[in-house]
Each structure stands twice: as C-alpha cells, then as structure tokens.
Write a protein that binds this ligand. Sequence first.
Ligand SMILES: O=c1[nH]cnc2c1ncn2[C@H]1C[C@H](O)[C@@H](CO)O1
Ligand SMILES: [Zn+2]
Length: 359
Amino acid sequence: MVARIRYEDIVKAPKALLHDHLDGGLRPATIVDLAAEVGHELPTTDPVALGGWFVAAADSGSLERYLETFAHTVAVMQTASALRRVARECALDLAADGVVYAEVRFAPEQHLERDLTLDEVVEAVLAGFVEGSALAAEAGTPIRVGTLLTAMRHAARSQEIAELAVRHRDHGVVGFDIAGAEAGFPPTRHLDAFEYLQRENFHFTIHAGEAFGLPSIWQAIQWCGADRLGHGVRIVDDITGGPEPVLGRLAAYVRDKRIPLELCPSSNVQTGAVASIAEHPIGLLRDLRFRVTVNTDNRLMSGTSMSREMALLCEAFGYGWREVQWFTINAMKSAFIPFDQRLQIIDEVIKPAYAKLLA
Ligand SMILES: O=c1[nH]cnc2c1ncn2[C@H]1C[C@H](O)[C@@H](CO)O1
Ligand SMILES: [Zn+2]
C-alpha cells in the first residue's frame, strides 16, 4: 500500500485521456442556456439539479437506458455556435482538470436536425477546440485536443462519416469510432468503412466488449482491424482467474499486440458492465500488464472527471503515482497523433512532472 495521494495533486498532475464523448461532457449550466435558446424542454432548469438528474438517470444498469439521457445534450447541440461553445468549454474543463492531451469524440450525424451539413458540424467543433485550447494555454493549463468522429452503430452512415474524418484529418480529426447500443449491432456491419480507413492509413477505435462480450471484441480486432478497443473490459471473460491466471487466445492476442483498452470505470458501473469500482477488472488487467488506459467516457452522465477516475482507482486498488504515471504514459503511447508528437508530450510534459511527484 502506498501513501494516499491528495486529490488536488492528482488534478495538477498531467493526464492523458483517449475516450471522452463531447455530447457526454456538457456543463449543466450550458445545457440550461442552450435549451432556453432553442426551446428544448429539460427535466429541470436548475443546473445543480440537472447535473444530478443526468447521473441518476444514467445510473440505470443498462447501456440502452444510459444512452437515452443523450437526447437532452444532443438536442441542444444543433447549431454551429452551440457546438463551438460546447467544444470550447470541453477543452477548458479538461485542461483545468490537468488533462494535457485529450481525444474527444462525437457523432456528426446526430447534429443535423437544423440546417448544418456534416462538414459544418465538424468545422464548428474543431473551431471550438482551437479556441478552448488557446484560452487554456493563456490560463497556464496547456492542452492538446484531438477529435475522433463517431458513427452510430445502429445507423448506416459509417462510410460517409469515415470519409468525413479523412477529409478533416489535417485539421484536428485524428481518428474514427463507432458507438451506440452494442447488442444486436456488431461492428462487422460497418466493414466497408473500416476497410476504407485502413486503405487511407487512418486510425480507428471501436466501442466493443462493454455491453456485449468476446464476439464483439474478436470482430472489432480480427475482422475490422481496430487499433484500440473502446472499453474492451469484457476481455476478462477470456481470462481464467485464480492465483495463476490463464489467458485464452483472444486475451493473449490483445495483450501480445499491446492493443490499448480504453477502460472507463465509473461508466461501466452505471451501465451494469461491472458491479463496483473495487471489482473492476482494471486491477487484474493492470497486474497482467495489458495496455490499460483510464478514461471518463461521459463526464456529465457519470458526474466525473479524469482526476476523479484516477482518485477512485487509487482508493480502490491502493495505487500511487507510479500507477497513475503508468496509465498516463500508456494512454499517451496509444494516442492517434504522430509518434514523434506523442513522444514529445511523454518526454517533455509527463515524465518530468511524475519524476517530481515520485521523488
Ligand atoms: O459507453 C458508451 N457506449 C456506447 N455508446 C456510447 C457510450 N457513451 C456514449 N455513447 C454514444 C452516445 C453519444 O450520443 C454517441 C456519440 O458521442 O456515443
Ligand atoms: Zn464511450
């Protein structure tokens, strides 16, 4: 057991985040403002109560019911100015929490209810991230934000979204993803999109192994060619526990190939994928040296932050700075930006800060 680390020190320590949804991280007060502008009815217009409502409603034990709460965030993200504001605030909030590198994802196809085109949606979000990052640097908390474009797995627009991502690859879009209800919507439905992205030498992650188990992970990796797994927590179903855990062929492949797992502890508890933080397989997966990363998934729906996720793990598993650094470097190594840029953040930002914390 290591000496407990203070929450405010976790906030100050540099962290890297690979799995965070733009439409799952709005400030409650912003939702209230934007809803008033467009006449969208909310469960409550008190920002504090609204924040509580999201956490309680998402705390449902089912991914499908958890996802229903996004109706209220997506509804207020239908204009260029709203998208830009939400992205700007997202960059600022992450930076204030000590996140130095973030990949934030959203599904452009969900923001076409007014009169925006897919390209305009992406341009508004990218502009918001640029603004937010500039303001964060001025505030002394620099952050780099990369964008992932998500296609919804129940819909049929993945090829179009993949092409959109490639079109914006030199302007801040660093990868592609699919999300939404997992059961009944295997990733192989979107094989054309994944094959296209591979031909374009582009990067992608796939939500897999969250609400559904090994077949989904196997398809994501062996059929679709995913670079990373969004969640991937159910890979433990292929590991026999006990004092000497035994890895099945798929688990061994994931570990051997160093395929990053974008684990999201609080989100998993809310959707019922895992019973509690203390029972989260992250402990086992870390002990077995999988390429584990720690993520927020949806800060609004989980009432969380990157620092809070780290703190919960420190509390539950007795982790200290060594483990927080390990998760952070794992995430940075697994980022979709070019290798030299990842290395620069590791060598110039992450390692020097943790060297001080570990001293
Ligand atoms: O954890 C998740 N699993 C599957 N889909 C998700 C998760 N979190 C958010 N989403 C969905 C709802 C959002 O509207 C969409 C794009 O961000 O992605
Ligand atoms: Zn997610």
